[in-house]
Design a binder for this molecule. Structure first.
Ligand code: PMP
Length: 368
């Protein structure tokens, strides 16, 4: 089968799996002292923390391990709202956020937050003038999806940072779909206080992610979980040794393979496009913009084909999706807010390619 749903999740890399299996011997609690299994766990966690930090050029003490990007996004948004709402209760997001940001902000709005949702254009790029107009003395946080999970649009982080800097507002980016595909250097952006991402989109295990929180001394967010001093007091609970080790290795591998992966994604994407063009001809239309998006993520309309019916029919040969796996019960809000009509949305599929795919597997597309 050809797996084209890597934006939903990825297969664990063999090298990652190997390190996770070895990590099971370091079964101690990394917070415990003196005896070998705990000291070994501490060393492994420390190496993983360094590797995770490296991928965005952060420092290891800025890494707060969580159960994934959903938790990390909740931590930034709720934590920052709860810490700041008496003076600043406004949060600014885009209309194409992942549901772990969008729904969390809608919840915060229901308990008193002021929420501003900035529109995007047809290509998914944020309306920067609108963003700037939203920022005022009540704004605690701007939270933007750096690379969109349905169309792959890469936002202009330089410009967003400039605007946030000018208005002295802290910036969070959900970089879940960006790490491994876009170079991120946290130190370049002075308003960028928070970055969140997850292991399972970069060939690491499910169930582990992180918040990178700069200014570790600042008491700027309240934890979601209380009851332990772990992770600088911001995420209580015993650390998941094996998962964290896997996350670290996945980040290291993503950095090492970065150029190679980019080249392969372009090559494989061209194969996919050619095969689909041969099969569907004029019925195929590409929804995403090619000037500002990550390689390997295609959002394609196949006119005359209902996306659900099509995906089910091809599912034994090709795995793809209609969009976010976190919001499958409703039509894509992302495409809606980019201005696509209902027919286009119902006929569109998301294809997300792995650079580690066996090239011969692309022949499954010939069977469609
Ligand atoms: N943000 C984005 C942009 C995502 O694509 C996802 C995964 N669907 C998440 C957040 C949530 O990540 P996790 O599955 O680790 O909770």
């Amino acid at each position: 089968m050809l797996y084209l749903d890597n934006a939903a999740t990825t297969k664990v890399n063999e090298k990652v799996m190997q390190e996770m299996l070895e990590a099971r011997y370091a079964y101690g609690n990394s917070e415990a002292k003196f005896y070998a299994p705990a000291e070994d766990a501490k060393k492994l966690i420390s190496l993983a923390r360094q590797r995770v930090a490296n991928i965005v050029n952060a420092s290891p003490e800025e890494v707060i391990f969580t159960s994934g990007a959903t938790e990390a996004n909740n931590l930034v948004l709720k934590g920052s709202y709860w810490q700041n709402f008496r003076q600043k209760n406004k949060i600014v997001i885009s209309s194409i956020e992942h549901s772990s940001v969008y729904d969390t902000c809608k919840f915060l709005e229901s308990i008193g937050a002021e929420l501003a949702i900035v529109s995007v254009d047809k290509t998914g790029m944020l309306n920067l003038a609108e963003l700037e107009a939203c920022l005022d003395e009540k704004t605690a946080l701007v939270s933007i999806i750096y690379v969109n999970n349905e169309v792959g649009t890469i936002q202009n982080l330089d410009a967003i940072d400039e605007i946030c800097k000018k208005h002295k507002v802290k910036l969070h980016i959900d970089a879940t779909q960006a790490v491994g595909k876009v170079n991120i250097n946290i130190s370049k952006y002075s308003s960028l206080n928070y970055i969140t991402f997850t292991a399972h989109k970069i060939y690491g295990p499910k169930g582990v992610g992180c918040l990178i929180k700069r200014n570790t001394e600042d008491n700027d967010i309240i934890p979601l979980l209380h009851g332990g001093e772990q992770e600088n007091g911001l995420r209580a609970g015993t650390l998941a040794n094996e998962l964290i080790v896997g996350f670290g290795k996945a980040c290291e591998t993503a950095q090492l393979d970065f150029d190679d992966n980019h080249r392969k994604l372009i090559e494989y994407e061209n194969i996919v496009l050619k095969k689909l063009q041969n099969k569907f001809g004029k019925r195929m239309k590409i929804n995403n913009d090619f000037s500002n998006r990550i390689a390997g993520l295609l959002n394609i309309q196949l006119s005359g084909y209902n996306n659900m019916v099509l995906l089910k029919a091809i599912s034994s040969d090709v795995a793809a999706s209609t969009g976010s796996a976190c919001a499958v019960s409703r039509p894509s809000r992302v495409l809606q807010n980019m201005g696509f009509d209902e027919t286009t949305i119902n006929e569109s599929i998301r294809i997300s390619i792995s650079p580690y795919e066996e090239i011969s597997n692309f022949d499954y597309l010939d069977k469609l």
